[in-house]
Write a protein that binds this ligand. Structure first.
Ligand code: FUB
Ligand code: ZN
Length: 798
């Protein structure tokens, strides 16, 4: 770390009034952020989204907090209303904090006195809900001895587990710091300081040795230290890192001391917030052991555990990182919060190391996995962001666990802050969008103006406007995707041969493309109006995954510029896409459609569609394959979507053969979006093969449930087999206690006369033969186990 460059973390929020002595005493990132408040975005991509976030997302999510009782919890805790804690989770307070944080960023971009007033009234309420000694956690304040089972009977007792007391305070601090910077008012900051003082009084080397069950307070304490100059906050943030492990839960990264962790494991949001906090505290304390650990973890993630979309946290079980190369597409979890955390972490690694490879990951996550998390209208959200769908996924206006919408609300207004950075006389251009940014040099002020239609076009014109002619350096990031490196690892590689290189011109004269840490460095005496012209070719590229990623074998993904593409049902033959095949030699072409999904570049090529004739045979027919950017999917109703497109028929999911089952209408005792899994003829590899879609009754147990086929026309049937879903030992479903078949006889249901017993197998079909019946409908009745639920992967009738 560069000691003379001690000032920079303080730039994280440039309005901070940080004591000068503090700047000299402690370390910081060598590279300084250029805050969103110094950046103007006037482009057609981000600026409208930031406006939608202001006009729709913030008021909408605030209204949801009101409607769902999150604000009422504060009112009850404040003694203004009576009642019990009225929401589901102990961390529901954080949704309010996150939206306030977002509002504070947003009203620095858009003047909005009404929103400021609303925020002030919420702050007033939060202050009243705080206990006299600084503790703040509405669940315990309201419920006292009857607090939530996650909260324990006394303060901090279950913090390492699920209480989220420190998580709540972490988000409170972040919101309060944002409010202080936005308004200069101390009312919220003082509430946060009282809460943080409580934490510092209770936790530490000679006090409680407890680690935060859900990280965020580490980076929040670093922020509070920076704004107040009080070192006890930094020390406590560092304590919360050092007190973790060894020998505790891997789920929340306490299995090892943090400095001994070299692989990403456990809950992805907890982990990645922690890595971001480790970066901040490493920068402030100059502790290289944290840096070594997060550098290794980053290598692990980018080479084995990240999706092409930049999403992280592959598995829904534990909302966690999977094993190396475990990157299933349909069940990909990729929580929206994890994408935001991934941006936070990669940004900090860039500030630490100055390498554009972190921006290659950040940009990929920002334009793809993150952006998919919020609808174009700003009022619907994805929690998981899968890379394949049978139509079971849809964005939702809210979730009972609503961490993602509030996180979107606070992240979007800060996006401008990720575009530029500065280290002394080096000005970094990291992302591309029309607009401008201001840099303060010791002896000069420089404005960089960008003109571009990125991400649709790679032509970028940067005009340099120094107040006076002086020497400094402009570092323009040349994205990895433009120089044949989609990911800074061998996890994904371009499969086609494309040799055209980016071109750069300085005042119309070509500049040799020599890169330093991924940047084209232009060092000269700059005068007003000097022009840098970057041309990033944006061909349509095919990407292959490392063969170790089983889910992507014999498949290709399409990328253009920073955008990953997908095939979605409304654009493709028969409204189906999972049966499509796109051979690697097929030419692809594209064009910008201003009317489609707020304007996007679509891609198409001649492909094939696969249909099953019978269990063994597949036929192929011509089919035009159309693709849209991944972020834009799921805006036109539920249906199929796929990012990784089979290159060969064997890797495709053919349309089912016409059978009694595949032509049936399915109903069930419990309707879900995955009923179609019963008759899709997708063969599971085992009872917990979540790469294929399945139907389940969770959380119901110990009851009789059913699914039913209504045949297209009366059919004679004589046998049936079922593949049961069972996600034991961790999940809630098991093979059933028993089952039987009933056929429809007029208006009544009669059991079939079985000739063999009803098998109940795991990881294989369970069959039954019965005396032939001709019927219009068959019902499969299932007795769920006493302590578990159950589900079905495939149901065949013959
Ligand atoms: O535990 C609080 C939040 O809820 C996490 O960050 C999310 O992953 C969800 O579990
Ligand atoms: Zn979330």
């Amino acid at each position: 770390m560069n000691k003379p460059a001690i000032l920079s973390l303080l730039f994280l929020l440039s309005l901070w009034t940080t004591p000068r002595a503090l700047q000299a005493q402690h370390g910081d990132y060598p590279i300084h952020p250029i805050l969103f408040t110094s950046v103007k975005l006037s482009d057609n991509f981000w600026a409208p989204r930031i406006k939608t976030n202001h006009d729709v997302t913030i008021p909408f999510t605030l209204a949801k907090c009101q409607e769902t009782g999150r604000i009422k919890n504060f009112e009850i805790a404040a003694g203004l209303k009576t009642g019990n804690f009225c929401t589901e989770f102990t961390f529901d307070d954080t949704d309010v904090y996150k939206i306030i944080e977002g509002a504070c960023y947003s009203f620095q971009i858009f003047r909005d006195p009404a929103l400021e007033k609303k925020v002030d009234s919420l702050i007033d309420l939060i202050g009243k809900a705080q206990e006299p000694d600084g503790y703040i956690y509405t669940n315990r304040t309201i419920m006292g001895d009857h607090a939530h089972e996650w909260a324990g009977s006394k303060r901090w007792e279950k913090e390492e587990d699920l209480s989220h007391e420190l998580y709540n305070i972490g988000h409170l601090i972040e919101a309060a710091v944002a409010h202080y910077h936005a308004t200069g008012k101390r009312n919220f900051l003082d509430i946060a300081i009282r809460a943080a003082d409580r934490v510092c009084a209770d936790f530490g080397p000679d006090k409680l040795h407890i680690y935060p069950g859900h990280q965020i307070i580490e980076l929040a304490m670093a922020k509070l230290y920076q704004v107040t100059g009080d070192k006890k906050y930094l020390d406590t943030g560092k304590f919360f890192l050092d007190v973790r492990g060894p020998g505790k839960d891997e789920y929340n990264q306490a299995h090892l001391r943090v400095v001994d962790q070299h692989e990403a494991v456990g809950h992805a949001v907890r982990a990645t917030y922690m890595y971001a906090g480790m970066a901040d505290i490493a920068a402030l304390t100059q502790d290289p052991s944290y840096i070594k650990a997060i550098d290794d973890i980053w290598e692990d993630v980018v080479s084995k555990k990240i999706y092409l979309t930049g999403g992280i946290g592959a598995t829904g079980h534990g909302e966690a990182f999977g094993k190396p190369y475990e990157l299933p597409n349909m069940s990909a979890y990729n929580e929206t919060c994890a994408s935001i955390a991934n941006v936070y972490w990669n940004y900090r690694l860039f500030l630490m190391h100055g390498d554009a490879k972190y921006y290659d990951v950040l940009e990929r996550t920002l334009y793809n996995a993150f952006l998919s998390g919020v609808a174009l209208t700003g009022d619907k959200f994805f929690y998981p962001n899968p890379l394949e769908s049978r139509g079971q996924h849809a964005r939702s206006p809210w979730f009972s666990c609503a961490c993602c919408p509030g996180n979107v609300a606070r992240f979007v207004p800060s996006v401008g802050g990720y575009f530029y950075a500065q280290k002394d006389k080096s000005l970094y251009v990291n992302l591309f969008a029309a607009g401008s940014a201001q840099f303060k040099l010791t002896d000069n002020t420089v404005t960089l103006e960008q003109k571009t239609n990125y991400p649709w076009d790679g032509d970028i014109q940067i005009t340099v406007q120094p107040e006076k002619t002086t020497a400094f350096e402009v570092r323009v990031r040349i994205p990895g995707w433009a120089v044949n490196k989609p990911m800074p690892s061998d996890l994904y590689t371009f499969k086609d041969a494309y040799t055209e290189q980016p071109k750069v011109f300085l005042n119309d004269k070509p500049v040799a493309l020599t890169l330093q840490q991924g940047y084209l460095v232009l060092n000269r005496k700059w005068k007003k109006g000097d022009r840098i012209h970057v041309q990033l070719p944006m061909p349509i590229r095919r990407i292959a995954a490392n063969p170790k990623v089983e889910a992507d074998r014999d498949k290709l993904a399409i990328q253009r510029g920073p955008l990953v593409y997908c095939a979605e049902w409304p654009d493709n033959k028969d409204n189906r896409v999972l049966n499509l095949v796109l051979a690697s030699a097929t030419p692809l072409k594209g064009n910008f459609d201003a009317n489609l999904l707020k304007g996007l570049y679509e891609i198409e090529g001649a492909g094939k569609s696969a249909a099953r004739v019978n269990a063994k045979e597949i036929t192929m027919a011509d089919a035009e394959v159309k693709l849209i950017p991944y972020y834009a999917w799921a805006h036109r109703g539920a249906g199929e979507m796929m990012v990784w497109i089979p290159e060969k028929p064997d890797a495709s999911q053919p349309l089912p053969a016409p059978t009694v089952a595949s032509r049936s209408k399915i109903t069930a005792s419990h309707r879900t979006r995955t009923l179609m899994s019963l008759n899709d003829q997708m063969e599971p590899k085992n009872s917990n093969d979540q790469s294929v879609i399945f139907y389940h009754w969770w959380p119901m147990k110990d009851t009789v449930q059913w699914v039913q086929y209504d045949f297209e026309k009366p059919a004679a049937v004589t046998s049936s087999k079922v593949y049961w879903f069972d996600d034991g030992p961790f999940g809630g479903c098991r093979i059933p206690a028993g089952w039987r078949l009933l056929y429809k006889d007029g208006e009544s249901w009669k059991p079939v006369k079985n000739k063999t017993s009803y098998e109940v197998n795991k990881d294989a079909y369970s069959s039954v033969s019965f005396e032939p019946v001709t019927t219009q409908a068959l019902r499969l009745e299932v007795t769920l186990p006493k302590d578990h639920s159950g589900g079905i992967m495939e149901w065949i009738v013959e």
